[in-house]
Design a protein around this ligand. Sequence first.
Ligand code: MLC
Ligand code: AMP
Length: 510
Amino acid sequence: MGNALYDGLFGRHAGAATPFLILPGGTILTHAAFLARAARFAHALTGLGMGPGDRLAAQVGKSADALALYAACVQAGLVFLPLNPAYTPAEVDYFVGDAGAALLLCAPDDAPALAEVAVRHGAQVQTLGTDGTGTLPDLAEGQPDGFTPVPRGMDDLAAILYTSGTTGRSKGAMMSARNLLSNAQALVGLWRFTPADVLLHALPIFHTHGLFVATNVTLLAGGAMILLPRFDVDAVLAHLPRASTMMGVPTFYTRLLDDPRLGAAATAHMRLFISGSAPLLAQTHRDWTARTGQRILERYGMTETNMITSNSYAGDRRPGTVGQPLPGVEVRLCDAQGDPVAAGAIGGIEVRGPNVFQGYWQMPDKTAQDMRPDGWFITGDLGQMSEDGYLTIVGRAKDLIISGGYNIYPVEVEEALDALPGILESAVIGLADPDLGEIAIAVVVPAPGTTPDPDGWRAALGTSLARYKQPRRIEVVDSLPRNAMGKVQKAALRARFDGAKAPAVTKPDH
Ligand code: MLC
Ligand code: AMP
């Protein structure tokens, strides 16, 4: 038995002397050199006692080595668990403990704080800097640059990606080799990626979008990526001339549109612009076409399902829609009981196929809540299907804010706020924002007899929540509006605090 993911994704171009990673400073890593680096990491990791199925949590910056670490995990049969560098040690503590990670890799500067976290959970700590330094690269020094991939099947776990929920703590979505490989294969075919492609990569690499969609598609096609450390308009425009494709969240496109340098001349050589992770306004789609002559291809996905639908490459790219189901992926619209709604009606989007994850790590009850016995996964998104199978996302049944492509679960922020002294209760709502799509606002009722202390609350949240989850504004009110069932009426709060604009996506109150 071989290693299904390694053979399918990496092995095909293992010996290729063609570029895989182009770094902003000009360094180029070929596919062969990248895999040699990964092999040295795999030797170092197995030398630390890591074996098949062990979880490796990585809170590291974006770099060629961070991707080599992912490849090393695949070679050694480890389960890769990437974490947002913005997470606080308190958040990392939960992930390491919940996943039972055997090893935590972190940035050298974070080692003192995170060593405590690792010790608490019996995990080892190693470091990996974005500049090629760290204790893992030290251990990899002098190791052989070939590694025989550990046998792993299609159903073996390859990664766990944590995703918050509308109730309780974050859940680890278990991704098998089949989940990742089948999706990459569908996308390479649909989007016509070839070895000649150069993808401009400005996304983070700890999420489905930047890690699996962008990286796996490029690996499978044998193409190259220009690996920018983060999204920055100047850097993107500077590197665009060498690229043929770009993937981004809608904020990438609105920020580029705000720059007068964006035009047909700057983009004429580009083969494909893809958007996803958050709704792309039809107006942004149209503005982009008017300025560049290019039609953005919008697709729809989710951590638990990888990519679900995509607009057409050669045919229609309909503004405001997320296109048709990927080959091999089934999509249906249902009512709460799981019965399909009438043609053309709005329903909850459910997905089935080889792309759908293996369940939530050690949470069978939560898995059963979201996955029907016959394999349909309930996304929590609401959609409408045209007669010719184009899906439009019309809202979310889940209480979720998507800000610049990052998910913020109001309940998590509300729990953090409610735990603070001086706060009786809170509600966190999403308001439309021209840059990030939505931003989070907290509406807080102070405890009786206390003086509201928004600055103190903000400072306290800084130690418990990643920056992107922290509310952009805190509004103090006497009480929260509630319906007859006692539920907070978030729609009323949005209407009150949203000024003139309606939210980009309407969310029903639960
Ligand atoms: C950064 N900040 C954010 C934020 N990103 N706050 C809310 N929402 C965000 N998305 C914080 C920063 O910490 C900073 O705090 C302040 O906001 C201003 O930051 P900025 O300089 O404007 O942000 P920037 O670094 O430019 O990042 C914005 C961004 C980035 C949109 C480029 O967030 C990004 O790359 N998003 C992509 C997310 C993504 O890949 N999602 C895919 C999920 S997978 P301070 O305090 O320092 O001022 C998925 C499935 C699928 O959804 O279908 O793909
Ligand atoms: P995540 O859990 O971070 O993977 O985020 C997945 C969610 O992002 C989905 O459930 C959708 O709500 C949203 N999403 C992804 N792509 C799109 C899109 N093209 N349009 C609208 N929403 C999207």
